[in-house]
Write a protein that binds this ligand. Sequence first.
Ligand code: PLP
Length: 387
Amino acid sequence: MASPWKAARVRAATTTIFAEMSALAAATNSINLGQGFPDTDGPAFMLDEARAAIASGINQYPPGRGIAPLRKAITDHCERHYGLRYDPDTEVLVTTGATEALAAAIFAFVDPGDEVIAIEPFYDSYAASIELAGGGRVGVGLFGPDFRLDLDELAAAFNPRTKALLINSPHNPTGVVLSYEELEEIARLALVNDVLVICDEVYEHLVFDGARHVPLAAFPGMRDRTVRISSAGKTFSATGWKIGWALSTPELISEITAVKQFLSYVSGAPFQPAVARALNEGDSWVDRNRVDLQGKRDRLAEGLRDLGVAPSIPRGTYFMTTDVRPLGYADGVEFCRDLPTRCGVVAIPHQVFYDRVEAGRPYVRWAFCKEDHVLDEAISRLSKLRD
Ligand SMILES: Cc1ncc(COP(=O)(O)O)c(C=O)c1O
């Protein structure tokens, strides 16, 4: 029940399905394949660096835009991986996770009445931030069973109220990595319609089977209308550190910074030198982690296939999707609410990521960023679904 003081603007904001499912996992001693966090830590040298930072007194407010070595590490990393150059002094902002970068960008650029086009299903913070800004969201489908972006629907979604395009690739929850041709068409539409593009690229390094992530900012004409957002959380298995960043032109970064300063002011001082070091020296760790994750993906996929639910195989992120209809369920929420007591496993229903709930109803998302023995135990527990 909402209090009588709850603002109409946030009436829809309640406890998320992630919190509900994580609480169910704890209450039933279930294996949590719901929320997307790894159960092993990032590179040891990065963890040591954070410990050393705390011990050496790096515990007070850092500079608002982030410490200089981290800003430089972010721009170097971007140039090394994508050939995209940004100025570390004027074109980077360090944020409290990608979540804050997304919120600050949306608050900076979206007025009441503006529309933001985003790929549906969408990560839950998009809906909340756009709503808080008073904007409208327009979903463009990436729907099952094939989860392909409908580029005609995207082209038709633009109208004079469209202020921004919010693109997430590699995509949560589907694991889709947009192809070069799809990105090229998205870039063309952004240019023709003269809109700002906000790119959520937090899974940029978690891509499999030789897939390549290409930032939209790298396409001709796109750099100066694009805000590239990423974070250390997924790349370096440090989701709790909440160090993210935004890259764009000096003007756009100043406008996002002006909002960020009143959201969190600054972000995690002792984690900043550690993330800087990880960005500078962690490429081989990231490569190994990617190979590891691909193995985990295949392990979980094989287990699910043996149970009679063929997953769609993700080319990125650490999530995979199954249709639960072969298991006798028409509704993923019903399935996910039963699963902890039936099997001692937790998953997330897709439909919470959709405006068009029907499109997501039969699908469920499983996180595979867990130790092999945890995945094996989960599969063994899920075999009860056959009973
Ligand atoms: C698509 C997407 N964007 C952003 C985030 C949030 O990133 P951070 O933890 O860095 O705020 C997540 C986390 O799950 C995500 O899946």
